[in-house]
Structures are given as C-alpha cells and as structure tokens.
Design a protein around this ligand. Structure first.
Ligand code: ADP
Length: 684
C-alpha cells in the first residue's frame, strides 16, 4: 500500500515538476504510435505488425523508471482514439497491456541486476532474454481484453503471435538504439578524422548492401550471396566501430528493409508476407549482432584495462628500479670512508687479535659493496642500461685477473681451488670486467656453498667456436626440483643461515651478463650434498677491424707512473678526504687536502701536486668545473675522478672535462695506488 502511495507521489512530482519531460515523452509516444497504427491499417499488413512503441516503451522505462508507464499509456490511448475505430474498452485494454509490459520488462531487468550498459555481455544477454519473454504480456492482455469485449475479429492465436513477434522485433531494434545513443552527447562520435571517414564509408557500403537485399530482385537469383553481404558489413561495424554505430546500422537496415518492402516491393509475395519475413530476418540479425558487439566490446575494454594495468606495473617497475639504483648508489658512498678507515687501521695495527677483527670488518664491508654493486647492476639491467665495452682479452689473462679476488677467501675457509687452463691461450672479444665478474660470482658461490675443506675446480677450454668456463664444487649441491629456478632473481634455495649471506641476485646477474655476451649458462648437480657444476659458454667472436684503441685513456708524457709523489685530495666530505690523506701518507705519498674546488685551485698553484684526486659531486663548484679550471692553469699533472657515478656516460663526461682517470667510490687504496702509478689505465 505504502509502495502505491509513494509511486503516486512520484507521479504527481513528475507531472508537476518535470512537466517538459512528461509532455515530450507522451507526445513522442503518441506520434510514433499514430504513424505505425496508420501504416498497419492503411497498408493492411496483418499479420505483420511494425510496432516501434514496444522498444521505445522499454527504453523509456529503463531511463526514466516506473513512472514512465503514464506517458506510455496516455500516448498510446490517444493514438488509438485517433486512428483506430474499436471500442473504448478495447483501446484501454491494449494501452494498459503495453504499459504493463514495459513495467514487467523493467521489473525483470532489475531482478537480474541489469545495468544500463549493453556493452557488457551479461547485460546484453539479460536484455535479449527479456525481449523474447516479456513481449508476450501486452499481446496476452490486449487479446484477452478484446475477447472479453467481443471485439476480436481474428483467431486469438494470430492476434497473440503477431503482436508478440512485433514486440520482439521492436525491442531488438529500438531499445538498443536509444540505450546506446542516450544521452546524445555521451562520449565522442568518432575518435579522429580517419574514424569519421571509416564510419562514412561503412555507412555507404551498408546503404548499398541494404539496397541490393531489400530493394532489388537480386536475392531471388543470387540469394545466398546477397544474404551474406549484409552480415559482412555489420561485422565491419561491430569489430571496428563503436557499438553506437552498430545500433545505427541495425536501425538503418530495419528502416531500409521495411521501406523497400513498401515502396519497391521487390518480391512477388504480398506486402504483409514480405514484412513478416523482414521482421524475422532483421530481428534475428539484430539479436546476433548485438550479442556479438557486446562480446567484442567486453574484449576491447578488458584489453584496455589490461594495458592500463600493464602500464601501471611497468611504471612501478621502473620507479622500483630507479629506487634500487639510487639506494644502492647512496649506500655505496658512505662506504668509501669506512673502507679507507679500515685500511688505515689495518696498516697501523700491530695487535694480531685486533687486526683479525679489522680484517673481518673490512671483508664484510667489501662484501656489502659487492652486493650493492650487484643491486646497481640489476637495476641497470632492467633499464637496459648495461653496455658491454668489448675488447680483446686472452682467457688466461681474464682468469688470472679474477682469481686474486677469491684466493684469500678460499684459503681462509680451507678450500682448495684448482685451476685448469688450456695449453694454448686464446683470445675473446668481450667486456673483461663483466667476464671477470661472471667468474668471480661462480667461484664465490662455490666457496660459499661448500663445507669447510672442499674442493673447487675451475676449467677453461675452447670448444668449437665457444669458450667454456666451468666451475665445479664438492658442496651442498642442488635438489633437482629447485634447479630450474636457480637463475631467477631473488631465488635462494637454501634455508641455512650459514649459507644465506646474499640477496639471491648473483646467479641472475651472471646469467644476464652471459646472455649479453650472446652466451648461455647451465647448472648440473647430482642432488643435495653432491656438489654442483656451473658451465658458461661464451661465443668467440672476431673483433671488428679497427686500429683505434677504444678504452685506453691517453696519458700525457709527463704524467707517467713513478714520478707521482705529491697528491692533492679534493672532497667536500671532510672525513673521507682526511682518511684518504692519511692512507696515502702511509703509502709514502706527500698528500694534502682541499675541501672545495676553489680551495683546490688555490692550493694547486702553491703545492704543485703530481696528481689530484677530485670528487665530482661538490657544492658550489663541482668536480667538472674544478677540473676545467685546473686544466686552465699552467699545470699539467694527473686528475683522477673519485665519483659515486660510474656509468659510461659519466666516464666520458669526466674525460671531456679533462680528467685522466675515473674511479668509482668506494675505492680501496690498492685501486688508488694503481691509478696513480698508471697501471690501471694500461691494464683495464
Ligand atoms: P646468493 O648466493 O646471494 O643467495 P645467487 O643468485 O648467487 O644468490 O644464488 C642463488 C641460490 O642458488 C643460492 O641462494 C643457493 O641456494 C643456490 N646456489 C648458488 N650457487 C650454488 C652452489 N655452487 N652450490 C649450491 N647451491 C648454490
């Protein structure tokens, strides 16, 4: 009861406050009903009934709610008063039947949680089912009404089925058209000029296809071909254009087909039979294509959502990599004074116990630096920023340069490391730094994952056109089910804390570096506790013919090794500068410090150093500006960059500014001494 009261209140509000919509919808309904009732009676189309008011009524209900029953009822009743000659009761029954049908349609749709978005398959399927089922309400009510009034002039089943068929046809054509296009300004009509052009061309094709199918006698001769022409054009609309345009195409087809039957009458059959055939054919085509377009639209929007999600993931992946790169870089910088201090302490300490502690701290700090280096490399790899600096290097030289990094550790754990090199040395055209990194990573893992006193073997051979580097250990081995994941990032197979001192990125990095060289890496293990073998294959490629040495930094004649004695250290980090100064003094250099670029220029004139170790990131006057100013002085010593940035672009920038060498922080004293003595620049 209260529901009816609420509804009546709503209706009063609708008429009083929204009079414009109320009048417009009533008039619209009235006009359309008048036109099609007139056609029905004037052309005597029964049993075919072209009856758009059914589709219009459901669309009005979906958009305006239950209160729309009133304009539907009034519009239809008024139209029947004008056009039809039946009794008032019959007209009332028919009008009430259509209003009730629209109410029933909306009710069922709401029961199934229908959303006004026919672009979704679920909504479209609900709509199609409702269109098939609910359209029997009005025929039932109006046929029963006419029977009661005794005004039914045809067989009841004919009255029922012609109105039902008309209702289905009308709902399949008119309702989607309104729902897709209302409101008119929702979304754009076309994406761009090309899209507009395509819509125009497709419409022309459709007009032509409809003309052949519904206005000419062609289908009687080549019926099959013509029947396929229309669906082909509709497929074009459904696949390429917005569903709105498919609704437009379906409606255009319905209009053209009905008009063709009336005006051109291409077939010999009576008009009513032609119209009935059109109702069935076009109605079926409409239903199939609306379901099809919903599938296409759903796929399209799923793809758009997927692309959006992909973009978000990519952006967050990018910022994660940038974050890792910045973090690793920022963490590396403070390690510089820590390593220098430890080296200083080590060289000054005579107490073996304390020395052992310093040694162990130094070892851990160096390991931390290595992990940070690996993290930086991973971030660069993900950003495709790692560039190989290939040069010719012999396998023996590469191995000999890699071994010192692991020998001491092996000795301290009590492992024996056996190295087997080919009798005949051979050259590789590779990035020596990266190949050494691969060898060191594999050897370090072998040391780490082998119990004390184990045996580690490194074999290097030439097999065909490949260099094969194999590291075998007698360690904890790898279980067969885990072996496939071993090269994935952040995968750590073991749980024992004794072995878990890494991040699980070493092997991933090793694989990536191998692949960058065009090679591959494999692992074999007979299972847990039975040792492992890692094999790296690097293709031997011929270096391009060039006589220009790419990586070597030219050294001025007066900047050679042994003369370097007086060193100026320039760094705004006071602690780092002071510790390095002490360390260099211990190594018998005469060292001085400057804490800014300006101070460095002033001291350089009086102190006249043989080499300047110059930090790049400094406030006011950075390393590049300082180097340029130093090079403008009548002084020609070495300038070596000490920087947290070590990308090839950073190195070439420092070279341009007048630096002779570029060391990446944190650097150990050995590396600095090597740079000062010129060894670094000729060997690496
Ligand atoms: P990390 O050593 O830092 O954990 P890696 O990527 O180098 O990372 O190795 C990944 C995992 O592979 C290790 O955690 C370890 O479980 C396993 N692994 C690597 N090398 C060996 C080896 N020589 N023997 C046994 N297991 C190994």
């Amino acid at each position: 009861m209260s529901y009816i009261n609420d509804h009546l209140k709503d209706l009063r509000r609708f008429i009083a406050q929204d009079t414009f919509t109320f009048t417009l919808t009533t008039l619209l309904f009235f006009l359309i009903a008048v036109i099609f009732l007139y056609l029905y009676f004037a052309l005597e189309t029964s049993p075919a009934l072209i009856w758009p008011p059914v589709g219009l009524a459901l669309a009005m209900m979906i958009l305006g709610g239950y209160r729309m029953w009133l304009p539907i009822f009034l519009g239809l009743f008024a139209a029947m008063l004008i056009v039809s000659s039946g009794s008032l009761f019959t007209m009332f029954a028919i009008s009430a039947g259509y209003a009730l049908q629209a109410i029933g349609g909306l009710y069922v749709l709401r029961q199934f949680n229908f959303e006004n978005d026919l672009g979704k398959l679920r909504n479209m399927l609900i709509f199609v089912c409702v269109a098939l089922g609910v359209t029997c309400i009005a025929p039932l009510v109006s046929t029963a009404g006419q029977m009661l009034a005794g005004t039914l002039s045809v067989d009841p089943s004919l009255s029922l089925f012609r109105a039902w068929g008309a209702g289905i046809f009308s709902m399949f054509i008119v309702t989607p058209l309104i729902l897709f296009w209302y409101p008119f300004n929702k979304g754009r009509f076309a994406e761009d000029a090309f899209h507009k052009f395509e819509i125009a061309i497709a419409t022309l094709f459709l007009l032509a296809a409809n003309h052949f199918v519904f206005w000419t006698t062609l289908p009687q001769y080549i019926g099959i071909v013509v029947i396929f022409v229309l669906p082909a054009v509709l497929i074009w609309f459904a696949l390429r254009l917005h569903p709105r345009w498919l609704a437009f195409a379906v409606t255009l087809t319905a209009i053209q087909s009905v008009a063709g039957a009336i005006y051109a009458s291409p077939s010999n059959n009576p008009l009513n039979e032609q119209l009935l055939a059109i109702e069935i054919y076009v109605g079926l085509v409409a239903a199939i294509f609306y379901v099809f377009v919903a599938v296409v639209e759903e796929r399209r929007s799923a793809f758009a959502r997927l692309s959006e999600a992909y973009e978000i993931t990519r952006a967050s992946e990018k910022s994660k990599n940038e974050f890792i790169a910045i973090l690793a870089h920022e963490l590396r910088n403070p390690l510089a004074p820590v390593i220098s201090s430890l080296e200083l302490l080590r060289s000054q300490e005579n107490d073996p116990q304390k020395n052992e502690m310093i040694e162990s701290t130094l070892e851990h700090t160096v390991m931390m630096r290595r992990l940070l280096d690996d993290l930086l490399d991973i971030a660069r790899l993900e950003q495709s920023k790692i560039v190989l600096h290939r040069e010719t290097a012999s396998i023996k030289k590469l191995v000999h340069q890699a071994l010192p990094s692991v020998n001491e550790k092996a000795k301290s754990i009590g492992h024996t490391v056996q190295v087997s090199l080919p009798e005949e040395d051979f050259d590789l055209y590779v990035d020596p730094v990266r190949i050494k990194q691969i060898i060191i990573n594999l050897l370090n893992n072998a040391l780490k994952y082998t119990k004390v006193g184990g045996k580690i073997q490194l074999f290097c051979i030439k097999e065909g056109n490949e260099a094969v580097i194999r590291v075998t250990d007698t360690g904890i081995g790898i279980a067969p089910e885990k072996i496939t994941h071993i090269f994935e990032p952040f995968k750590q197979l073991g749980s024992s804390s004794r072995y878990s001192s890494g991040l699980g990125i070493g092997l991933f990095l090793t694989r990536k570096l191998t692949e960058l060289h065009g090679g591959r890496i494999q692992v074999e293990s007979l299972g847990a506790t039975r040792g492992s073998t890692f094999t790296v294959h690097i293709p031997i490629i011929v270096p391009p013919h060039t006589h220009i040495a790419t990586e070597q930094v030219p050294i001025a004649a007066d900047k050679t090794s042994t003369n370097v004695q007086k060193i100026l250290i320039v760094d705004d980090n006071k602690t780092a500068a002071d510790i390095l100064c002490k360390l260099l003094s211990l190594h018998k250099y005469e060292a001085k410090v400057a804490y800014s670029g300006k101070e460095a220029i002033a001291i350089a004139s009086s102190f006249v150093p043989d080499a300047i170790l110059l930090d790049i990131g400094m406030p006011d006057m950075d390393g590049y500006a300082t180097a340029k100013a130093l090079r403008a002085l009548p002084w020609s010593g070495l300038i070596i960059a000490l920087s947290g940035y070590g990308q090839p672009s950073d190195k070439s920038q420092s070279k341009e500014a007048g630096f002779d060498d570029h060391l990446v922080k944190p650097v150990g004293i050995e590396e600095i001494v090597a740079a000062l003595s010129g060894k670094r620049r000729t060997s690496s």
